[in-house]
Design a protein around this ligand. Structure first.
Ligand code: BTN
Length: 250
């Protein structure tokens, strides 16, 4: 365990060589009462999980980390992935000097390939929100060539673009970028965060088909609303709200 740059929150790091999933470990710690600011990092994950039930391949060299937050209320919870996406993109740009785009809800994209992703999961006791886990996966030193076939052409790592970055320096920068935005989120001042997401987004102003559980839409992304939903204007003139739990085919 080691403390990193405490400001409002005390961030405490739990380092592992190998776990199934850092999100799973963070959830267990949350259930045992671990405080907000607990961070779980592992060199590898044997059962890393991505969004929508997908597997997340997590070899040595990547940053696989989960942050435990306790927002206290479900109000605006949909903005947590937006806070995390902005903070992680800013951290990568700061540490690796590489331009990052965000694809809905928070895929980190470099040179049209996926550098990383974020999996936000919440734990409840009955209807009471207990904790929210922000799971962050970034390909850092692990070459995308070593990833399984099918992923190697879609993924990219910082080493693939010639950046020599330490996973823990990147994590420290992520925490430093999350903290002020999370404080704004907690006080309901979310306009600037939504603006930042829109500036980093590769979707705003673009048309694409949107597939939800029940329908397929063709629409133009226009922004993020106060709950963190993507606003998509359909050719019929009406606007639909897409939540981060819904999927897109682009
Ligand atoms: C995505 O599907 O894009 C989200 C991927 C999130 C992966 C990270 S790695 C650390 C944390 N632990 C997990 O099992 N998943 C997240």
């Amino acid at each position: 365990m080691r403390a990193i740059s405490p400001r409002h929150l005390e961030w405490t790091l739990h380092l592992f060589h190998e776990v199934g999933s850092t999100n799973h470990v963070a959830k267990e710690l949350a259930r045992k009462g671990a405080p907000e600011g607990t961070v779980v990092v592992s060199t590898r994950q044997s059962m890393g999980r991505g969004r929508l039930g997908r597997q997340w391949v997590s070899p040595r060299g990547g940053l696989w980390a989960s942050l435990l937050l306790r927002p206290g209320t479900v109000r605006n919870l949909g903005l947590i992935p937006i806070v995390a996406g902005v903070a992680v993109a800013k951290a990568v740009e700061e540490i690796a000097h590489v331009k990052v785009g965000l694809k809905w809800p928070n895929d980190l994209v470099v040179a049209n390939r996926k550098l990383g992703g974020i999996l936000v999961e919440s734990c409840y006791s009955g209807t009471q929100l207990e904790a929210t886990i922000v799971g962050i996966g970034i390909n850092v030193q692990n070459s995308s060539l070593s990833l399984p076939e099918g992923l190697s052409t879609k993924a990219i790592s910082l080493s693939d673009v010639g950046r020599d970055v330490s996973e823990l320096d990147l994590l420290q920068s992520i925490v430093e970028h999350i903290e002020p935005r999370y404080q704004l989120y907690r006080t309901g001042k979310t306009d600037s965060i939504r603006r930042e997401w829109q500036q980093l987004s590769m979707m705003i102003g673009k048309k694409f088909p949107v597939k939800t559980a029940s329908e397929i839409y063709e629409g133009l992304a226009t922004g993020i609303d106060a709950d963190g939903a993507l606003l998509v204007k359909l050719s019929t003139g009406s606007t639909v709200r897409i939540l981060s739990s819904e999927s897109f085919d682009i």
